[in-house]
Design a protein around this ligand. Structure first.
Ligand code: DGL
Length: 277
């Protein structure tokens, strides 16, 4: 079997802020044996309304940091960064011969769509950056050309979550507005994908404004399953992941700010450290 010349290290999980915690949680449920590093760029969140160049530069810095900290495999657990930065990082910045890898979360989510919609009408709720990139429409179109995809950008939701406004009348107002706009684009939608890793924390609110016959899909389980399959297919890289069952949390903001919202996502207290990039 092929062997990689890498010192084993934890899997790195990156998001612009707290959203990646919703992905990390599902990955750890499925693969608790590995070690993980979580990095949230809370100081510069949200990425959703920033330009391609800025999202690329910020994401690259965070990916490089996770590599420096010992990860050989980094998951960009952020749709906006997956949409705007992943391909460029893979093509321009990653030395493939090193054996290290960076993966995103849009492709694994797109892959599950065909099995979820019955009438082939899908809605996506996402950040402006993800919507403008058209990544979901493109990826779903490649795999399921007969699926109709409608998108709605939700610029206020990430700032609300990052501020800890999980259940407030302000959050309700924006959720209702975005859901209505999406359904006005296509009233046949039978499945809505939460195409931003921050949105699962707003699931109950979103559920209240989405008609009961429409399925709401969160990405975490699909991303976790896809990563599991990837590691089964890439056993040389899998051997370069340490197996201590630990998770360390890093934020570019203050620890206090991070813990306040992280505990809502993780449903438990975690320990975190501030990091500079
Ligand atoms: N969690 C990120 C996503 O999945 C939010 C991006 C942002 O910072 O706006 O798109």
């Amino acid at each position: 079997m092929e062997q990689l010349n890498l010192s084993p290290g934890p899997i790195g999980i990156f998001d612009s802020g707290f959203g990646g915690l919703s992905i990390l949680k599902q990955i750890r449920l499925l693969m608790p044996e590995y070690d993980y590093l979580y990095l949230g760029d809370n100081a510069r969140t949200p990425y959703g309304s920033r330009s391609f160049q800025v999202v690329y530069e910020y994401t690259l810095q965070c990916v490089q940091k996770l590599f420096q900290m010992g990860s050989n495999l980094v998951i960009i657990a952020c749709n906006t960064a997956s949409a705007k930065a992943l391909r460029t990082i893979q093509q321009k910045n990653l030395d493939v011969s090193s054996g290290r890898r960076v993966l995103g979360i849009i492709r694994p989510t797109a892959e599950c769509v065909g099995t979820l919609t019955k009438n082939k009408h899908i809605g996506i709720l996402a950040t402006p950056g993800t919507v403008i990139s058209d990544s979901y429409t493109i990826e779903i179109g490649k795999l399921f050309p007969d699926v109709v995809v409608s998108q709605q950008e939700c610029p206020m939701l990430v700032p609300l979550v990052e501020s800890g406004e999980i259940s407030s009348s302000g959050t309700d107002f924006f959720v209702r507005k975005y859901v209505q706009s999406l359904l006005e684009k296509d009233n046949l939608i039978d499945t809505i994908i939460l195409g931003c890793t921050h949105y699962p924390i707003l699931y109950d609110t979103i559920r209240r404004y989405v008609p009961q016959n429409i399925r709401i899909v969160t990405q975490g389980e699909y991303v976790a399953q896809s990563l599991n399959n990837y590691l089964l297919r890439h056993s040389a890289l899998e051997k370069c992941i340490t197996r201590g069952g630990s998770c360390s949390y890093y934020t570019t903001e203050s620890v206090e700010n991070f813990l306040r919202v992280a505990r809502i996502f993780m449903e438990q207290d975690v320990k975190a450290q501030t990091i500079s990039l």
